[in-house]
Design a protein around this ligand. Structure first.
Ligand code: ZN
Length: 279
């Protein structure tokens, strides 16, 4: 299933994408694509999409998961990206928080924070927790994953590394966390560690990679994170970016108002954002 949330920001309704690519309304069955719904996807899988009301027009897509408890990002998880950032692949995963106020829809504007000169892009594979768990063993890890989505881990490099302390300041500005358009359930993704991923800025290809060069893969990450805290339904974990970010260019290239960012991952859909200044 491809699950979506659609409609005005803050008032999104749950839906799914039918075999013709149209949105069907799920709101008679569930209140949101969130929480326990993600731990019990069987109830949605049992519904015939043709029995659901068709959604007319072209509504906005919201973030594909609601009520996100934790939004965790994995840093430096592609060896080539670590090299372009001038950092070594760490002996254990680097994790950092993207505060959930950053969450937005896949086609919402990227808002460049006031005074920012180093707003950057990162196409990433994110996964969403379904079944909760703590001290999860790697062999059982995928049973805790509800599905996958595209994430642009938008980053302000100066706030991230030049303003002291941890990275969250540079990762959590409003609209720095577009996820979606779809939450693609686990059964539809044969191998999450072999997906083509790409990102363009104003039509120019910047990132062109594959999840097959990820250092710490998803079963390990689920197990690893669950040693430190319980993973809950609706937690989102973004797994790091391949090479080709603005920081790694010579000279570095950053986003400015009017720039158009397009990104996607094989089987998980595409995002498109326009950059605007925060006034
Ligand atoms: Zn990232």
């Amino acid at each position: 299933m491809k699950l979506v949330r659609y409609g005005a920001r803050g008032a999104e309704k749950p839906g799914l994408i039918d075999s013709d690519g149209r949105i069907r309304d799920l709101s008679a069955h569930v209140a949101d694509i969130a929480g326990d719904v993600l731990a019990n996807l069987e109830q949605l899988q049992a519904i015939d999409p043709a029995s659901l009301p068709l959604v007319e027009g072209n509504p906005r897509y919201g973030a594909c998961v609601g009520q996100i408890g934790k939004f965790i990002c994995i840093g430096l998880n592609y060896s080539d990206h670590a090299a372009e950032s001038g950092m070594a692949v760490p002996p254990e995963p680097v994790i950092f928080a993207k505060y959930t106020s950053a969450v937005c829809g896949p086609h919402d504007d990227i808002i460049i924070p006031r005074g920012s000169e180093k707003t950057d892009w990162e196409v990433e594979l994110a996964f969403v927790i379904g079944k909760p768990g703590k001290y999860i063993v790697e062999a059982d890890a995928m049973n805790h994953v509800a599905g996958f989505c595209v994430c642009n881990d938008v980053s302000e490099r100066a706030y991230q590394t030049e303003r002291s302390g941890q990275w969250s300041k540079g990762k959590s500005s409003d609209n720095f966390g577009p996820i979606g358009p779809w939450l693609v359930t686990r059964d539809e993704v044969a191998n999450p560690n072999d997906l083509h991923m790409w990102l363009k800025v104003n039509g120019a290809q910047m990132q062109n990679g594959s999840t097959n060069t990820m250092v710490y893969q998803i079963p390990f990450l689920v197990s690893y994170l669950s040693q430190f805290f319980t993973l809950h339904p609706g937690d989102v974990i973004s797994t790091g970016t391949p090479p080709g970010v603005g920081l790694g260019m010579k000279p570095p290239q950053y986003l400015k108002a009017g720039d158009v960012v397009e990104l996607g991952i094989e089987g998980l859909g595409e995002q498109r954002q326009i950059c605007v200044n925060d006034l």
